[in-house]
Ligand binder design. Structure first.
Ligand SMILES: Nc1ncnc2c1ncn2[C@@H]1O[C@H](COP(=O)(O)OP(=O)(O)OP(=O)(O)O)[C@@H](O)[C@H]1O
Ligand SMILES: [Mg+2]
Length: 247
């Protein structure tokens, strides 16, 4: 590793968000600052309800915040119009939602191809690339099925394939391994590592899954709407997926 700091790709400064009205109003993001750098896997951890998904949604541009600024690849999301933001997001961000958000009426391969079709890639090419990524997550043979025929872990891998298919420079994942066994979890983490090996790309992962922590280059801990700790990890040993004990 060189001493030259990598390029900052996400810069969150002083971000505030409330939900609800009156007595039900809750303060979900409290002056949040968080940066992500090219070439890294950043993990965001913290108790349920502390604001992790809210923060990810703000970084992904799917949720507007009240104060502060969010820059992604030097673009100020809060200054973009809805249309420009949608375009920017389609090209630059792959988002794996906590709920997989697969479209039930489309086949698995069609679901994965959506980001390519949005970008104007032709249907044939989109299906070819979609099936290649499905192969990489071990679902090549299931390309023509409807998502509800698949198990939870398989659906999760379809959602992961959809977030990677257009090779976005920023991959944002909300609990990407929650439904995966260790074999598939390892495959997915290696895919994320490959993304983060590239000099211009980064991966941000929200997770409770202690099997994957060693893959993080940095871990940010959130509590009650605030980032309370940031820790860099050295990789003296290659990261390793912690296998659960056989039951
Ligand atoms: N659209 C919404 N409307 C109202 N309240 C919301 C909304 N989204 C989230 N909240 C509230 O904001 C708080 C933070 O939610 P968030 O989903 O960010 O938590 P989280 O850290 O991702 O939790 P988990 O680990 O359970 O996924 C919670 O109290 C939640 O109820
Ligand atoms: Mg969440």
């Amino acid at each position: 590793m060189s001493d030259i700091p990598n390029k900052m790709v996400v810069d969150v400064r002083g971000v505030e968000k409330h939900f609800g009205e009156g007595a039900n109003r809750i303060h979900v993001l409290k002056q949040v600052n968080l940066q992500a750098y090219a070439g890294e896997i950043l993990m965001l951890v913290g108790p349920s309800g502390c604001g992790k998904t809210t923060l990810l949604s703000a970084i992904a541009g799917t949720l507007r915040v009240e104060n502060g600024s969010i820059e992604v690849f030097n673009q100020q999301l809060h200054r973009m119009s809805g249309g420009a933001l949608t375009k920017f997001r389609a090209k630059n961000i792959g988002f794996i939602f906590q709920q997989f958000n697969l479209i039930p009426t489309l086949s698995v391969a069609e679901n994965v191809g959506i980001p390519l079709l949005i970008q104007g890639v032709g249907n044939r090419e989109a299906m070819k690339r979609s099936r290649a990524v499905l192969d990489a997550v071990g679902l090549g043979k299931r390309w023509n099925e409807r998502p509800n025929k698949l198990s939870g872990g398989q659906q999760q891998r379809v959602a992961i394939a959809r977030a990677l298919v257009h090779e976005p420079p920023l991959v944002i994942c909300d609990e990407p391994t929650a439904a995966l066994d260790s074999q598939n979890g390892e495959i997915v983490l290696e895919l994320f590592r490959n993304v983060a090996r590239s000099a211009n790309r980064a991966v941000i992962i929200v997770t409770h899954d202690n099997r994957i922590f060693s893959y993080a280059d940095r871990i940010a801990r959130m509590d009650d709407g605030e980032i309370v700790e940031e820790k860099k990890q050295t990789h003296d040993h290659p990261p390793q997926f912690l296998h659960e004990h056989a039951l």
